[in-house]
Ligand binder design. Sequence first.
Ligand code: GDP
Length: 448
Amino acid sequence: MVLQDLGRRINAAVSDLTRSSNLDEKAFDGMIKEICSALLEADVNVRLVGVLRKSIKSSVNFKELAPNVNKKRLIQKAVFDELVKLVDPHPHTKPFNPKKGKPSVIMMVGLQGAGKTTTCTKLARHYQSRGFKACLVCADTFRAGAFDQLKQNATKAKIPYYGSLTQTDPAVVAKEGVEKFKKEKFEIIIVDTSGRHRQEDALFQEMVDIQTAVKPDQTIMVLDASIGQQAEAQSKAFYDTAAFGAIIITKTDGHASGGGAISAVAATGTPIVFIGTGEHILDLERFAPEKFVQKLLGMGDIQGLVEHVQSLKLDQKDTMKHIAEGVFTVRDLRDQLSNIMKMGPLSKMAGMIPGMSGMMQGMDDEEGSIKLKRMIYMCDSMTAKELDSDGKIFTEQPTRMTRIAGGSGTSVREVEDLLTQHKMMAGMAKKMGGNMKNIQRAQGAMGG
Ligand code: GDP
């Protein structure tokens, strides 16, 4: 079960209940039970699931509900809020905030295979795209090939790097690299340290030595989501040695146990700064509990998408504003399609756009790209009036579809399909706009 399946299961439990004509306490208990077993299967700690069960239950008291209260809304909100609480670390420390014009050293620690080297490059790219001068230092002298891997990743992403093939003391390499880049006025200096199979004393001693040598402004632990609730014990062992400040959880794309890992770390109060969502360099998302739950429940992650698009410096026009207002024109669809083509693997982007993942289901990235290109050609054969419409213009005057098919080298059937997709996405946007307003309203009402 991957994380999206967990979301779908929770969503289905809530929708089944809110759609049923018999919304009583027994059905409500059934929904809670289903949500809890889905979370347990995703390796969320039993105690945390118990807390969530009690909180959802007590937030809707059937006996004392006034007759005019909207039970559906109340239940949806209770589930949403409790899921957010489950993954919210409420960090004790302030988030790390690098400043332009000043060097910040970030040291990455973690076990071998957790995704540390990959995450170092993703993080450097993240800061680079936000205008920081970022670079990488490879202080992993333990694993043969570690420097090569970092070199390859860094070269692909055009990020300067430092490492040594001859120096065997990682603390010395780390210090040399950091000093060199500080002199060259780099602002984000990321130090990759070695990981080993298990938590070994030697590894821990090495971490302390590197930490002493480079005095990092932030130490980040990289954890693999597939370890589930073991994340708590693992992060504690590292904390006792390295006193790290934050965590990045990788591979949340492949495992439902990401839910277990995130909630386990959240329970320790250690900030989760990012999550890894795939192997591509762009697959790094800032972790925000509410947005994470929104995406988990298929509500899309509009803000994440906006951030992502801004970092790519793409032209986003008014689409996001439109979606927040519950509007989605044919032109919005066209803009999104062409942006998606530039953004990286399609499968990753799909989850961020409401209604999009269903559209790409069963296709690999190449088939998806061909389909997208044809859709863009069709949009490009439309007039401005058609593009800025809500799509009804085509059902009122179907000859427009024939003209577009002819102009774009596609079939009328494909144009019809495109318009069906648009209609569905417009419907989702309308709901999303409503949902966003509801969430904002609910938060406002709670003073959140
Ligand atoms: P290290 O030993 O901790 O430095 O781990 P690597 O950076 O070499 O990563 C180990 C493997 O995990 C590689 O195949 C990466 O592509 C993969 N990986 C890293 N992060 C993610 C992620 O967020 N999602 C997925 N699916 N794979 C990842």
